[in-house]
Design a protein around this ligand. Structure first.
Ligand code: SF4
Ligand code: FES
Length: 251
């Protein structure tokens, strides 16, 4: 056998260190429980495991009834927003090693939306608000070619294109908790995405919708939404820009 072949032989991976994590999860089964209850689980995890991996491990090895949403597992689909140690985060983007594992990790459903089961809430009110701001391109003409836009025009709404509709912002907003009628930050972010798009012709309609009593003026600029956003969107700034546009009556 040649030396080159020997040098290319696969290396045996070093053993990955393991650690123990205790998760205290707020459980609720509407068929059994009158009220939510806390239940603790201890799991052995390793390396760069995330809270989502711990939830999977609990479901697969300890309690198959544990219920939560997830799809992509990589911060793209927005389906696994939950409160982890009191902060809204995506379970798939929260590394266990970044949490203080000398204490239990508290996991519960996001607030302000009807609790359905364990970590799952009813997202219908959230998506109703989203739909109300008309989050799609409105244009009267049908061009022969693509609608051109300069880099500067594109940059105007770049930040708000990053939204994955996870609801972490809206469900961290104290106004939304106390007043289910408020559109909430995510709907305003998605209105911003089109209001400031130079190709769109529906800004005045959206600004009118957001000037409503349930619209942008309910925002109290607490910055919870910006802190919660897993995409790093400057949510409060986007809301401020929409407020200014409402006052001007134009983007
Ligand atoms: S703005 Fe951020 S926190 Fe809010 S729904 Fe979009 S991605 Fe989630
Ligand atoms: S599972 Fe898709 S964002 Fe976390």
């Amino acid at each position: 056998m040649s030396t080159a072949v020997l040098e290319n032989k696969p290396t045996v991976p070093e053993e990955v260190p393991t650690f123990t994590a205790t998760l205290i999860i707020r459980r609720f089964d509407p068929e059994v429980d009158a009220e939510p209850r806390w239940e603790d689980f201890t799991v052995v995890m390793q390396g760069t495991d995330r809270v989502l991996d711990a939830l999977h491990k609990i479901k697969w090895e300890q309690d198959a009834s544990l219920t939560f949403r997830r799809s992509c597992a990589h911060g793209v689909c927005g389906s696994d927003a939950m409160r982890i140690n009191g902060r809204n985060r995506l379970a798939c983007k929260t590394l266990l090693k970044d949490l203080d594992l000398s204490k239990p990790v508290y996991v519960e459903a996001i607030k302000g939306l009807p609790l359905e089961k364990d970590l799952i809430v009813n997202m219908d009110p959230f998506f109703e608000s989203f739909k109300e701001v008309q989050p799609f391109l409105i244009a009267s003409s049908k061009p022969e070619k693509e609608r051109l836009q300069s880099p500067v025009e594109r940059a105007r709404f770049d930040d708000t294109t990053k939204c994955i509709l996870c609801a972490a912002c809206t469900s961290s907003c104290p106004v939304f908790w106390t007043d289910g009628q408020y559109f909430g930050p995510a709907a305003i972010v998605n209105a911003h995405r089109f209001i400031f798009d130079s190709r769109d012709e529906g800004a005045s309609v959206r600004l009118d919708i957001l000037n409503d009593k349930e619209g942008v003026w309910r925002c109290r600029t607490t910055f919870n939404c910006t802190d919660a956003c897993p995409r790093g969107i400057q949510v409060t700034q986007a809301i401020a820009e929409v407020k200014a546009a409402v006052l001007r009556g134009t983007p």
